[in-house]
Design a protein around this ligand. Structure first.
Ligand SMILES: [Zn+2]
Length: 358
């Protein structure tokens, strides 16, 4: 497949950028560098959403694409007298995934590394060894022995923290693993779609939104949709992939390498967040895939939601769906996506926009 190498380079560049929810400025700068030259209009809103506009021949038809820029991470909340840094979660974490990691604190003076240390195995009781250590008991060791030394490194309460992990393609394959494939994979899709559409004349006007603060409550997408008032909105994100050991296929039938996931239904019962995608949209998305024999998967999920939720109910509401790249190990330090899946996701979204009629 042509262009996969280029796609991989872009994904790796995006994945390397730190951008915890609320601290998306560096990702925004990348999106601007790549997209401003190939769109008709651009603006940034109050929350920091980046809005790139390609005008179509029919100003009455508005399609909004939305890929969130932020990644899950942490924020410094205390530095103790021995110099250890405690932190709070930003976004949903499984605390088992946070132990014995190298984390990067993004201070005003640059990046400071630390490790999430733990009690040596020799001292852990049998009972303790079976328990996950709660997030509030984790701490970051930045290699100092007192508070003054940690402060001297530039670490302050309020600094954001990311996993520190060099992304890579595993063993020469097209499987990429990195700290923030959720959702730099979606950002990669959106950049590519807009670049490929740049030279084409299309019917609808497309608003490509790189959104903020998705991981803490789908915040940016809602306000952006309120301002744009699209007819149709599509979240571009990653979807939880099964197909790995100890994952029940009945619960997680989506698999990596089988193409983009067209969402039909998502619901988070504890909050009511979710999106029951209207059939008149899913039909068009399936048609867009089948027109070019693009492989796709039908996705239905309980226990989570995407930017599609807030876009669908903002302002007067919008017909909203979600097209996702399947990803293994989401919401951990080691997400994994496949380049072919990303390429097919781009093709599906491009096909949908080109074929779009009200
Ligand atoms: Zn996401």
């Amino acid at each position: 497949m042509d262009g996969l190498e280029q796609l991989g380079k872009r994904l790796a560049e995006l994945d390397a950028i730190p951008g915890v929810s609320g601290d998306e400025e560096r990702v925004a700068a990348y999106m601007q560098k790549e997209l401003r030259p190939c769109v008709d209009d651009f603006y940034e809103d109050a929350l920091g959403n980046q809005v790139f506009v390609k005008r179509g021949s029919n100003a009455e038809q508005k399609i909004m694409l939305c890929a969130h820029m932020d990644e899950i991470g942490f924020v410094v909340n205390h530095i103790d007298e021995k110099g250890f840094v405690s932190f709070l979660p930003v976004g949903y974490h499984d605390s088992r995934m946070v132990m014995n990691q190298v984390l990067a604190i993004h201070t005003d003076q640059g990046q400071i590394l630390g490790i999430t240390g733990s009690k040596p195995a020799h001292l852990v009781s049998e009972e303790e060894s079976k328990l996950a250590i709660p997030m509030e008991e984790l701490y970051l060791d930045v290699g100092t022995t007192n508070r003054e030394a940690t402060l001297a490194l530039g670490v302050q309460v309020g600094d954001y923290i990311t996993f520190h992990r060099r992304g890579q393609f595993l063993n020469g394959s097209t499987m990429y693993t990195g700290k923030s494939v959720d959702n730099r994979a979606g950002c990669t899709v959106m950049i590519e779609v807009m670049k490929r559409l740049a030279a084409k004349s299309i019917g609808p006007t497309v608003y490509a939104v790189a959104s903020v603060q998705e991981e803490v409550g789908l915040r940016g997408a809602g306000t952006a949709a309120y301002a744009i008032q699209p007819d149709v909105a599509l979240a571009l994100d990653v979807a939880l992939s099964g197909g790995t050991p100890r994952m029940d296929e009945k619960i997680s039938p989506i698999a990596i390498g089988k193409g983009p996931v067209i969402l039909f239904y998502e619901w988070e019962p504890s909050t009511g967040a979710g999106n029951n995608v209207p059939k008149r949209l899913t039909r068009k998305l399936v048609e867009a895939a089948e027109r070019y024999s693009i492989p796709y998967q039908r996705g239905v999920g309980l226990g989570g939601s995407t930017d599609a939720y807030t876009m669908s109910i903002s302002g007067r509401g919008a017909v909203t769906g979600c097209v996702s790249v399947p990803s293994r190990y989401i919401h951990s330090a080691t997400g994994m996506v496949q380049l072919e899946d990303i390429e097919y996701t781009i093709q599906l979204v491009e096909s949908f926009i080109e074929g779009y009629q009200k």
